[in-house]
Design a protein around this ligand. Structure first.
Ligand code: NDP
Length: 295
């Protein structure tokens, strides 16, 4: 039986971290500039705390200075805005990231708008998203997860131009920007979402599938055109009595079935996840270079 090539996001991310680390070391010694990333965490969601910890650790490994603000769940929106404003003005900070989701009493739009677009390393500011959507305009930053998906396609020499791509999911942070990026690369895109009728018929036409749904194993082997390339963004915990934690992580695509039909596929975990953090580091380095006018 045919077996898809595994797109090893973990290995690619490691290579990118090494490239970034070397560049930062050179930059430090030649110019004294040290890139800085500020992270704001509100509340005590366990998953958010883990993401923030991983981002901080990754910064250390490449030589990015990290700044962290942790605020209690019941903080006022004004408090978050105050920290954003301080980081906007702080010349040692080149990237500002507000960990989502925010507590429900806060206005996410209000807060994301407050981040200076020059330091918007998550790429969530509406101006950056707007530029991403427009021909002939360049966003200062592209959101990390979709950027990581495209980077994987590039590093595995998957041709995008002229291909049919289907993005499953249309969230602001993954699906929508992924579709915009594929379109910028001259793919013909379709977007499948929760109101799409017969999603399998549309997905079956895809040369490239990016799945970002949050539904374990939703995309089945029979939905996939033979030879398609699959980027699975989903991270879904499912019960597993055999695992010491009592659960394991699976993607939005049924890996076991899909790997028999596709030509290449990302595993979960070890696919897109590590790329997201690598792209955050990359965006932070780019920002430091731009702010200090370095080549
Ligand atoms: P959201 O919940 O914000 O968006 C999910 C999208 O999927 C929505 O557009 C929704 O449609 C669509 N959808 C939901 N159910 C179906 C269905 N049955 N059929 C078709 N479409 C459906 O999720 P995110 O985009 O934030 O995340 C998606 C997944 O990616 C999650 O598993 C998340 O954990 C993971 N993730 C992984 C990251 C990484 O670094 N690897 C980073 C971010 C997320 P509608 O718009 O109609 O509601």
């Amino acid at each position: 039986e045919a077996c898809a090539k595994v797109i090893d996001g973990k290995a690619v991310a490691k290579k990118i971290r090494e490239e970034i680390g070397a560049e930062i070391a050179r930059m430090k010694s030649e110019t004294g500039v040290v890139p800085g990333l500020a992270v704001i965490l509100v509340g005590d969601r366990k998953d958010s705390a883990t993401y923030v910890r991983n981002k901080k650790k990754a910064c250390e490994t490449v030589g990015i200075k990290s700044f962290e603000v942790c605020l209690p769940e019941d903080s006022a929106e004004q408090e978050v805005l105050k920290h954003i404003s301080e980081f906007n003005d702080d010349p040692s900070v080149h990237g500002i990231l507000v960990q989502l989701p925010l507590p429900s009493h806060m206005n996410e739009q209000h807060i994301l708008n407050a981040v200076s677009i020059e330091k918007d390393v998550d790429g969530f500011h509406p101006l950056n998203i707007g530029r991403l959507a427009m021909r002939g305009r360049e966003p200062l930053f592209v959101p990390c997860t979709p950027k990581g998906c495209i980077e994987l396609l590039h590093r595995y020499n998957v041709e995008i131009k002229g291909k049919r791509a289907v993005v499953v999911g249309r969230s602001n942070i993954v699906g929508m920007p992924a579709a915009l990026l594929l379109q910028r690369e001259d793919a013909t895109i379709s977007i499948v979402h929760s109101r799409t009728r017969n999603p399998e018929e549309i997905i079956k036409q895809a040369d490239i599938i990016i799945a970002a749904v949050g539904q374990p194993n939703m995309v089945r082997g029979t939905w996939i055109r033979p030879g398609a390339v699959i980027i699975d963004v989903g991270i879904n915990p499912v019960e597993d009595a055999k695992s010491p934690k009592g659960y394991r992580l699976v993607g939005d695509v049924c890996y076991e079935e899909a790997s028999k039909v596709a030509s290449a596929i990302t595993p979960v975990p070890g696919g897109v996840g590590p790329m997201t953090i690598a792209m955050l580091l990359s965006n932070t380095l780019t920002s430091a270079k731009r702010i200090h006018n370095l080549p």
